[in-house]
Design a protein around this ligand. Structure first.
Ligand SMILES: *Cc1c(COP(=O)(O)O)cnc(C)c1O
Length: 168
């Protein structure tokens, strides 16, 4: 937490379950705008939570979701944006934040590639309502297997902690 400059960080089994926990914590049940260019776990997490992935094309410069195309994919069923910071390149976090505010959407970042990456002097993992990371052996920083979920919201952190610990 100190290294990343974030309020709440919970270690979990891997970088997939934390995406599922994030969707669950915000009671997301409808459409989730996401990227077609990520590891398959990003889309799988949406499907495991019985939500509907809606793909928005990527930006050719960063390989991240093209924020300029997000608004065109919003419907009355859209509840969240789940975007990946591909290879640690930041998504257009400012634009995504303003779209989310204007349309009452939650923002979840799949930061599996983003441990230690910074954007505007802050950890990339400090952006969004929730960010996740993977510590799988293939990632920048790893514990062979592992992951974490990050939020600055106390109530959401409490929910995530209860999910992780069988309600204790
Ligand atoms: C590796 C990866 C995951 C899944 O992480 P695991 O720890 O293997 O479950 C999720 N999203 C992205 C973008 C990844 O690269």
């Amino acid at each position: 937490k100190e290294y990343l400059g974030v309020k709440h960080l919970l270690f979990c089994n891997n970088g997939t379950i934390v995406l599922q926990m994030a969707l669950r914590a915000y009671d997301i049940t409808g459409e989730v705008i996401t990227t077609p260019f990520s590891y398959v776990a990003t889309t799988n997490a949406i499907l495991w939570e019985r939500c509907t992935p809606v793909f928005v094309d990527i930006d050719p410069e960063t390989f991240c979701i093209d924020a300029d195309k997000i608004e065109g994919a919003i419907t009355d069923k859209t509840q969240a944006i789940l975007a990946t910071h591909v290879y640690g390149y930041p998504c257009n976090v400012k634009k995504i934040e303003s779209i989310a505010k204007a349309n009452d959407l939650k923002v979840i970042y799949d930061g599996a590639h983003a441990f230690g990456c910074r954007y505007q002097y802050k950890s990339l993992l400090s952006y969004g309502d929730i960010s996740t990371c993977s510590f799988h052996a293939t990632k920048l920083f790893h514990t062979v297997e592992g992951g974490c979920v990050i939020t600055n919201d106390d109530a959401i952190a409490e929910k995530l902690m209860l999910y992780r610990q069988f309600g204790h």
